[in-house]
Ligand binder design. Sequence first.
Ligand code: ATP
Ligand code: MG
Length: 442
Amino acid sequence: MTRTLASQTPEKMGEQVLLKGWVHVRRDHGKIVFIDLRDRSGLVQIVLTPKLAGHLHAEDVVYITGQVVARPDQLVNPKLASGTVEVRADRVELVSKAAKLPFDMGGVDLNLELPTLLDYRSLVLRHPKVQAIFKVQAVLINAFREALLSQDFLEFQAPVIIPAIPEGGAEVFKFPYFKSQAYLSQSPQLYKSLLVGAFERVFSVNKIFRAEPSVTTRHLTEATSLDAELGFIDSWTEVQDLEEYVVKYIFARLSDKCAAELALFHATIPQVPAKIPVIKLRDAQEIIFQRTGRDCRREKDLAPEDEREICLYTTEKLGSELVFISHFLTAKKPFYVYPDPENSEYAYSVDLLGRGVEWSSGGQRLHDYATILEHVKTWGLQPEDVELYLQSFRYGVPPLGGFALGAERMTMNILGLKNIREASLFPRDLERVDVRLSSLKK
Ligand code: ATP
Ligand code: MG
C-alpha cells in the first residue's frame, strides 16, 4: 500500500490507508486510545485499542494501517486540516523507539525557556510551532529569489573566505589560512557590486559572519543575508523601489502560503500603504525629539529605541509599519557610498525598518573610478586592499546600488519572536557554538 499523508486523509474517506509518522501525543481513555500522528503534512487522529497502542509514546516512529472514518459532528476539529476525520487503526508497526522525552511536546505552544529550546534543538525542531518558524523563513527566502528572478537577476554564490576586510564596521572573525590568515565574510557587498560590472543584476542568499561582541536579542554571529544589486539606475530611489517590490512580493507569498503558520503566532503581515514612507535620518531624529523629548538629533545613527519610536510614528500617522530611513552620514558609511551631490555630508543610503527594528541597509554606490579611488584614500585604505573591486570599476561599471535584508531579522520581526535565536535553526552567538557535533569533542 502506498503511503497517505495526514493531510490527505479527508480525501480518502472510508478507505484503508497506510500512514507513516511520529506519535505526537497519546491520550488514554479506558477502552480506547487516541494518538495524534504527525508527519510532514501535519497531524491526524488515530483511534486504537489499548492492545494495539501497547507502550507507544511520544516521538515513536510508527507505520499505521487503518480505515479513514468521519468524526462525529461535535468532535470535528476545525484547526486541523484532517479535523473532519480520524483513522481506526488495525495494524501498528513500531519502526523506531524514542527515549522518554525530557519535557512535554504535545501542547500547541512549547513553553520552554530559550536555553532549553536551543539545547534540545534536534527534538524541539519537531514541534509544529517551531517548525512553523522555519516554514515561514523558507517561504520568505524563496520569495526573495522569485521576486528577483522575475526581474532578470542572476543568482551568485558569494565567497565566504576573504583575504581582507576593507569595510570597517562590524567585528570580523580572523583565522589561519595555510601560511597566512583570512577572514569570514561579514557581507558579500564588494563582490556583488563588482559583479554588476559583469552581469548587471545579481542577488545572493548567503551566510554573513560577524563577531558581534555583545549579546543582544537581534544579533547572531552567523546570519543569512539576502543581497541584491543592480546597475543602470537613473536615481538612488530605484534601489529603494526595487526593495519595496521585493518586500511586498515576500508579503504576498507569506499571505498565500503561510496563513496557518502566521496564525500559530497570532502574527499578521506588516501593514504598508501603496508607497512605503521615506524619511531622512535628520528628519526622523527631529520627529523622535518632538515626540519623546529625547534629543538624538546629532547622532550618526538611530539607536534601537529610536528605531522603535519612528516605526510607532509611521504606523500611527502614516499607516505604515515599515519605513525607509535615508541620508545617513557619508563619513560613517563605507568608502563606496554615494554622497548626495546637494549635500555631501549625507549619502544616498537607505535602511528599511520594520516594526521597530532594522531589516536592511543599502543605497547607491559610487561608480566613477577616480572618485572611488579618492574615497579609498580618504577612508584611510590602501588601494591594493581593494584591487579586485577597483579593477572592475577601472573597466567601466554603470551607476549602481543594492541592499541586504537579514532573513532571521525579518522572520523574527514578522512572527513577533522575542529573540532572533529562535529564528535560526542552529544559532551561533557569543556564547553558543554547537560543539556537540564536533569531532574536537571526541
Ligand atoms: P545593526 O545596526 O542592526 O547591528 P547593521 O547595520 O550592522 O545591523 P548591516 O551591515 O546593515 O547590519 O546588514 C544588513 C542586514 O543584515 C541588517 O539590516 C540585518 O537585517 C542583517 N544583519 C546584520 N548583522 C546581523 C547579525 N549580527 N545578526 C543577524 N542579522 C544581521
Ligand atoms: Mg545596517
